[in-house]
Ligand binder design. Structure first.
Ligand code: FMN
Length: 191
């Protein structure tokens, strides 16, 4: 029998929340970056959603590892009012490819909330069926890269730009050398 479990918990952020249109919250981005470094080392995977000042996180892995992280989460001052919505054994992880998947689910989440008669993302009021629906949305939604991760392909573009600049500099030096040689030859001929 496998020792894998899944925990879903919710919490409230303690940091001030900026308007959603300004992209991913810097505090949430820091938590994600930290999770994406730590979780692979701890054999953990999962998904995180942040909306209207509330976190909804699913953590999967070996029971001892998940429980250890949850104990650390209880002490994290960036959120409060942690409430476990479900804790169950699983056969395999549902988020196997994601150390911590982050999905901005604005339209589908709003639709789900409206269907459940909720005007804001208030996961404390979610019933079991709604938790399952949110998990399915997180599983099917597209992951979001952090600004630094997204910058990686740009580095390749920068390398290409640098290569082009280097070739131009070499050409300029070759042309300048030619011009110098031509002037020297002209001087010799004149002399
Ligand atoms: C909402 C929320 C979710 C978090 N999720 C994770 C996580 O998935 N993995 C993780 O290592 N830390 C996570 N953290 C941070 C932990 O509470 C804790 O600060 C971190 O594990 C300590 O990492 P360190 O040992 O590298 O200092 C989260 C924090 C918050 C507020």
């Amino acid at each position: 029998m496998s020792d894998l479990i899944q925990i879903v918990y919710v919490s409230r952020s303690t940091f001030p929340v900026m308007p959603a249109e300004r992209g991913i919250e810097p505090s949430v981005a820091r938590i994600l970056a930290q999770s994406r470094i730590n979780n692979p080392r701890r054999g953990l995977v999962g998904a995180l959603y942040f909306g209207d000042g509330c976190f909804f996180q699913c953590l999967e892995g070996r029971a001892a590892d998940v429980d250890r992280l949850y104990a650390a989460l209880l002490d994290d001052p960036r959120h409060t009012d942690l409430k476990v919505l479900s804790r169950r054994p699983i056969e395999r992880t549902g988020f196997a490819s994601w150390s911590m998947k982050y999905v901005p689910l604005d339209a589908p989440m709003r639709a789900l909330l409206a269907e459940r008669g909720l005007s804001t993302f208030d996961p404390y009021r979610f019933d079991e069926a709604t938790v399952a629906r949110v998990l399915a949305l997180l599983r099917d939604g597209g992951d979001v890269m952090l600004p630094l991760e997204a910058a990686a392909p740009r580095q390749e573009r920068l390398d290409a730009d640098n290569g082009r600049a280097l070739r131009m500099a070499r050409l300029s030096i070759a042309l300048a050398s030619l011009a110098l040689l031509a002037s020297a030859a002209a001087l010799v001929l004149a002399w």
